[in-house]
Design a protein around this ligand. Sequence first.
Ligand SMILES: Cc1cc2nc3c(=O)[nH]c(=O)nc-3n(C[C@H](O)[C@H](O)[C@H](O)COP(=O)(O)O)c2cc1C
Length: 225
Amino acid sequence: MKAIAINGSPRKNWNTAKILLSALDGAKSVGAETELVHLYDLNFKGCVSCFSCMVADGSGMWHCALKDDLQPVLERIMQADAVFVGSPIYVGNVTGETRCFLERLAFMNGTYDGALGPKSENRASAAFFFTMNVREEQAMSDDFDYPRVYEDNFSLLRGIDGTKEYYACYNTWQFDDYSKYMNKIFDIEDKRKWHEEHFPIDLKNAFEIGARLTRLGGAAKSGRA
Ligand SMILES: Cc1cc2nc3c(=O)[nH]c(=O)nc-3n(C[C@H](O)[C@H](O)[C@H](O)COP(=O)(O)O)c2cc1C
């Protein structure tokens, strides 16, 4: 079994990366080989509208023809048993790099031929992890309405047809030292306490999601489910 995680944060050792590594540890615990890809290490663009994946004879379906660093990653995603995508929320949505990645993944797995539909044999499992500064009650409020953001981005994993779920990690710890940055809005002690109490729970939940979805994806892909 193979599990691949895509880190949509520019930071390689912070919240999103830690959550993804924990999901991969879960995947490893059930016997998977694992890989973590940092999107910000790759030289790539969003979809360039070449329509190679939509040519009339269907020969380009489920592949992206744009030759850059993302292309082989998209191919490995389509081979994996479990796929984990993580992004921080940046100004109310996923990061720009994450969105470019999702554009490519979603479009190559889409079709303008309603009869064909999406590739049905890719029964890998997938999880989307969102990390953010706001607290859950703010995220759920009408002012933010982040569930709309989760659903919108999650729906772009449509090339992956097995069990899929998303997980939101709130009130993340943003800097090593809050005293170095302007701050009139955070209660730092309150935030530290939250982080110490809740981030370990988020990591444990990510581990369990990683293990469960890898087991499910592996079984579905090998025809055992
Ligand atoms: C450019 C930028 C924009 C951000 N915008 C938001 C936002 O709109 N809502 C929010 O809750 N957090 C926002 N944050 C905070 C991050 O989402 C949060 O700290 C996240 O956990 C960072 O992930 P990382 O630690 O993996 O880099 C923003 C951070 C940056 C740098």
